[in-house]
Design a protein around this ligand. Structure first.
Ligand code: GCO
Ligand code: MG
Length: 416
């Protein structure tokens, strides 16, 4: 007979899950959270937000996951993960893996609170003093973007992602009209934007030439091509950007077909980052094993939680790739809090994306992480250190929003 006892803190009776519920709130943008309660009175929180498809995950959790959680031992994090992944028969996909992530993160939060330890100590302790982050600078033209990069540098940021308007294109990806607040899920039906690769390929090297001239060689610069290019176009851009020594070029071409990245590698040594839309280790496998990327961007919320992203990070480490987790504002403070504990521990850490949430969002999700001189620091409170003010959350009802789409100038549907 296999000994099924876990060595989790607390008695099995105390650890039993007695209730779980989904909380949907929209303090400036939509967030879905999962709260799991144990018999001991200790509860844990997980993020379940999938931008533009929020209610699909909420329904998956409510109808298909929560009924299976009641009565389970909250200390059996791995077994619960395997139960939800293998037991569903239907594997992977963003909705399923986000729902599993929400459960996983809530259970790690409970474990931390029961043990009285912050999450990074449960994972194996501190590997670094702070988590290097990159901020988001954008502008209508290189001059405006450069001024924004300067604003971030003056605040102590050591790494900045730079995006810029493209002549002739209205609403290009990554260019915001609101300082500190970007993530365009602006309308109930998708906003249609226009795309022209030739105009873009002409602009980006000029932008980075300007940024290096204005800000020197020391600041780390990043850029997100947001899946818009074909492999050979991406190879050209990566090659043209070499003189400006980018920290990374992100999502240069859609990553469903890893062979595209071979073409980029053949022509350039610009480091490549991919993975914010991946949801399992299987999506990452070929790119990592064939050493086609340098940074893996899978995030805890969309790739099955801490238990699964840990496996992705280990696979990356074998191939000398480092983590660079997605951290846009459509990932809730719960994900950021959990990611910062992970980043503090993971040996092959690279960088963490950071866009400040709005004050309304921060008020709904009180947290103990702090930003100092371009580094984020996770707190020392037990678990992941992020809570949810349910009364305040109830004041912000769900607000249906979808991400934009992009079309070529002749009307052809393209990748946004
Ligand atoms: C990033 C991302 C975001 C995504 C957004 C989608 O690098 O931060 O590309 O801008 O578009 O998170 O929901
Ligand atoms: Mg991106």
């Amino acid at each position: 007979m296999v000994d099924m006892q876990t060595d989790s803190p607390g008695s099995e009776r105390d650890r039993r899950i007695v209730a779980a519920r989904v909380i949907v709130t929209s303090p400036g943008r939509n967030f879905v959270s999962l709260l799991i309660e144990t018999r001991s009175g200790i509860s844990g929180l997980g993020d379940a937000t999938l931008n533009g498809r929020e209610l699909a995950v909420a329904a998956y959790l409510e109808h298909h996951v929560i009924p299976n959680l009641i009565g389970r031992d909250a200390g059996r994090i791995e077994d619960t993960w395997q139960f939800l992944y293998r037991g569903a028969y239907w594997r992977r996909g963003p909705v399923t893996m986000t729902a599993i992530a929400a459960v996983d993160v809530a259970l790690w939060d409970i474990l931390g609170k029961m043990a009285g330890l912050p999450l990074y100590r449960l994972l194996g302790g501190r590997s670094r003093e702070g988590v290097l982050v990159y901020g988001h600078a954008s502008g209508r033209d290189p001059e405006e973007t450069s001024a924004e990069v300067g604003r971030f540098a003056a605040q102590g940021y050591r790494a900045v992602r730079a995006q810029c308007g493209v002549p002739g294109l209205a609403k290009p990806y990554g260019v915001t009209r609101m300082k500190n607040a970007y993530e365009p899920a602006e309308s109930e039906l998708p906003l249609e934007t226009l795309w022209s690769t030739p105009a873009y390929l002409d602009m980006v090297p000029r932008l980075f030439e300007r940024l290096r001239a204005d800000h020197g060689r020391e600041i780390e610069l990043l850029h997100d091509a947001h899946h818009r290019l074909t492999p050979i176009e991406a190879a050209r851009l990566a090659r043209d950007l070499e003189p400006f020594r980018l920290f990374w070029l992100e999502d240069a071409t859609p990553a469903e077909n890893p062979d595209g990245f071979e073409l980029i590698r053949r022509h350039s040594v610009t480091p490549l980052a991919v993975g914010e839309v991946f949801n399992s280790v299987w999506d990452c496998r070929a790119l990592l094993e064939r050493q086609l990327i340098d940074y893996i961007r899978t995030t805890i919320v969309h790739a099955g939680g801490i238990s699964h992203v840990r496996r992705i990070a280990d696979l990356a480490a074998l191939h000398r790739a480092r983590t660079g987790f997605h951290g846009a504002t459509d990932l809730s403070p719960i994900t950021l809090g959990a990611a910062l504990h992970f980043d503090t521990w993971v040996p092959n850490f690279g960088i963490q994306e950071y866009m400040q949430h709005t004050q309304e969002t921060d008020a709904v999700f009180p947290h103990d992480y702090t930003l100092r001189e371009g580094y984020l620091h996770c707190g020392e409170s037990p678990g992941h250190g992020v809570s949810l003010d349910e009364r305040l959350a109830a004041r912000y009802p769900y607000n249906p929003r979808q991400l934009p789409i992009a079309r070529l100038t002749d009307g052809t549907m393209w990748d946004w």
